[in-house]
Design a protein around this ligand. Structure first.
Ligand SMILES: Nc1ncnc2c1ncn2[C@@H]1O[C@H](COP(=O)(O)OP(=O)(O)O)[C@@H](O)[C@H]1O
Ligand SMILES: [Mg+2]
Length: 420
């Protein structure tokens, strides 16, 4: 039976601010950074970035008003600003109308037409407010920041999934030029005034290693003013606490082998899989015949194994795991792309991962098969770069000195089953 006070399971959507746990210390650190700096928060999908960003919005500190948006599907700076203005109006209607829009014809005109245009009105009216938005994005963006800077109110702009937008932008006509111009404009706006003296603050996030993406385009200097903040992985203690709390609140009986086995199967815990597996354990318990403790012995490590084996095959987990597979093809470039797939295949077949030397030999083999002739030092550099990418993107972890294994146990089992 579910205790009415039992915390909910979240198996995909961001965790509500009121339910967010294990992030207190990180939120303190993030707010402290944002007091004086612009920041960059990147971590793979399903690790809890958006949940943290939502918390910033719902429980703002230090006098900030927070505007947060997901820009994954946008592909032009003009869309970017239109979406920011629209979201700003949604989140802080009075402030936006009375202060930001004040004396700014482009925006007041569009506000006046909302009723006329109907649903989705502001964005449409905004788009129509300047037939040359696409050429004038810089002017409108600059004006926007000036409008904010005309007041004392601090404004934190949270931009989620930015790397995706930058990749979309690059696919536009003359995309590389556009990307470079946009990043250069933005950087200059972040530097002048210095963030310490600015009421505008940016927090940029995404599931793709932004530095890696821009590095391959030679544009990494455009974002090196941002303070890198890493979302810490959940610890073993967090996992244990989570399992205990969620199961005990639901009157599930389990023995001491269960939480330990959970830790083993999860590996470096991807929070989503921790939630899904714990929820499945609870469902398993509920499906048992209702006959009291004599009929229902406590759940054990064996139940954990069954749940994980099912999880790897479940359709609920498929698309989430598929993302980890596909993003390599989308974001890695050759020779790292092919080598990464081959190396992960190899690692997935081992019980305890592979040594750095073996991985390098394997990398060499892939390069040669592809007919690539790279000088020694460059092969080494590409290999090191690839391994670093795989570590940063949470595919692998150095589990002992010079020994690499999948970071996530769930991903490892899945990879082995479907790809190795
Ligand atoms: N602090 C947390 N505690 C427990 N589970 C979490 C936590 N943060 C995230 N999750 C799990 O991860 C899932 C995805 O969270 P989300 O914030 O959308 O991640 P991201 O933005 O990195 O993709 C949630 O549905 C939930 O299952
Ligand atoms: Mg997210």
């Amino acid at each position: 039976m579910k205790d009415t006070n039992a915390p909910d399971f979240y198996t995909g959507s961001p965790v509500d601010a009121d339910d967010l746990r294990f992030r207190e210390a990180f939120l303190d650190e993030l707010w402290e950074t944002l007091a004086t700096k612009h920041a960059l928060l990147t971590a793979p999908r399903r690790t809890g970035k958006t949940s943290v960003m939502d918390h910033l919005k719902h429980c703002p500190r230090n006098g900030f008003s927070v505007v947060s948006l997901n820009v994954q599907d946008l592909s032009h700076p003009a869309d970017f600003f239109q979406t920011i203005f629209d979201t700003f109006l949604d989140h802080h209607p009075n402030y936006f109308r009375d202060r930001i829009a004040a004396g700014w014809g482009l925006v007041t005109g569009a506000l006046g037409k909302i009723a006329e245009v109907g649903a989705g009105g502001f964005k449409i009216a905004l788009r129509e407010s300047d037939p040359n938005w696409r050429d004038n994005w810089r002017q409108h963006g600059t004006q926007f920041l000036q409008q904010i800077r005309g007041h004392d109110q601090r404004v934190l702009l949270v931009i989620d999934e930015l790397p995706d937008m930058l990749l979309n932008l690059r696919r536009e006509e003359e995309g590389e030029k556009l990307l470079r111009e946009f990043l250069a404009w933005w950087r200059s706006q972040r530097q002048e005034p210095h963030p310490k003296n600015d009421v505008v603050r940016w927090l940029i996030g995404g599931s793709v290693n932004l530095a890696g993406t821009l590095d391959s385009l030679g544009m990494v200097d455009h974002i090196n003013d941002l303070e890198d903040v890493a979302l810490p992985p959940l610890t073993e203690a967090h996992v244990i606490e989570f399992v205990h709390e969620m199961l005990i609140a639901r009157d599930v009986k389990f023995d001491g082998s269960l939480p330990t086995r959970m830790l083993e199967r999860l590996g470096r815990p991807i929070p989503l899989f921790m939630q899904m597996a714990t929820q499945e354990l609870y469902r398993r318990w509920k499906r048992r015949p209702d006959g009291g403790d004599t009929v229902n012995p406590p759940l054990t490590a064996e139940d954990v194994d069954l749940v994980f084996d099912d999880l790897v095959k479940s359709s609920a987990a498929q698309d989430k795991l598929q993302h980890y597979y596909s993003r390599i093809a989308r974001y890695y470039t050759e020779p790292r792309l092919s080598a990464a797939y081959e190396l992960l295949n190899k690692i997935s077949l081992t019980p305890d991962g592979l040594s750095r030397d073996v991985l390098f030999q394997e990398f060499d083999r892939v390069i040669q098969q592809a007919g690539l002739k790279l000088p020694d030092h460059q092969r080494k550099r590409e290999f090191n770069g690839m391994l670093r990418d795989l570590e940063n993107d949470f595919y692998v972890a150095e589990i002992a000195e010079n020994q690499y294994d999948f970071a996530s146990g769930v991903l490892k089992s899945w990879w082995k089953k479907y790809y190795a």
